[in-house]
Design a protein around this ligand. Sequence first.
Ligand SMILES: Cc1ncc(COP(=O)(O)O)c(C=O)c1O
Length: 307
Amino acid sequence: MSDFKIWMNGRLVPQAEAVLPVNSAAVFYATNVFEGLRAYWNERDGELYGFRLADHFARLRESMKLMRFTVGQSDEQMFDAVRAVLAGNEVREDVHLHMVAYVAAPGLDATAPTGLYINPRRRPRLTDKAGMACCVSSWVRTSDNAIPIRLKCGANYQNGRLATLQAKADGYDQPIFLNQRGKVAEGSGATFFMVRKGRIVTPPVTSDILESITRTTLMEYVCPEVLGMQVVEREIDRTELYTAEEAFFCGSGYEITPILSIDRFSLGRGEVGPLTKRIAQGYMDLVRGVDTRHPEWRTPTYRAVTV
Ligand SMILES: Cc1ncc(COP(=O)(O)O)c(C=O)c1O
């Protein structure tokens, strides 16, 4: 268990005291929506930068709207809460935060007030491995007309759990989901990119994926401006996975995590590919502020600013 305190509805409380009633909709039905975000410590600036906080707040709000939650907090209040949890824990290292809006009342009441907590976690990297051995899952990504993955609701992640535990039981690191139309969607908690015939390709937002903030960052900035390459956004067939030169997962949690094989087909030389390496470097430099462009995406959490 993390030693950091949790910010819960305006108070910093020890982990063991941040509890919810067993009959709450949050516990019983996983009626919550959440964001996973990171803040990066920049030694040169003596500052902890939250990455694209405003975009995370906007997505949280969108998820709340889809779930018909009552929205109790403004962006400023959410930002104040992030600052309070980081400053209150005196965080001076890279940190991953779960920001969760939940319904504490039981049942299906759209007028029930929504609680909010933020849980900071020490989590330097998702994996120590150079890259992942993935499989195409026989579990299908939930569809937009059933339980939409655009909506970042805790209950959605049971789809990822089924596929991830199946993949691990079968000797792989992570699954890749196809959607109900049989096209590539994403990983269990990350966006999928591949390099095929020299082009960087990712599925469109209508392929049953989360509208990832990292994906947008790669498409808007890292690929075009650091690498000088545009990302091609198009549907991807299963067999393209096996003949890709490179592939990787991306996300706030995953950052850039290379994929070395899919269904035991090695990609390229079976090692981290050159474009993946450059994208990973470009992304890490940006989020930490080593690359000083796009300062509006890095919110200092110690200096007084607003998002
Ligand atoms: C299902 C899913 N897809 C993709 C992502 C990547 O999204 P982001 O880059 O906004 O973290 C995440 C991570 O939150 C996720 O949970």
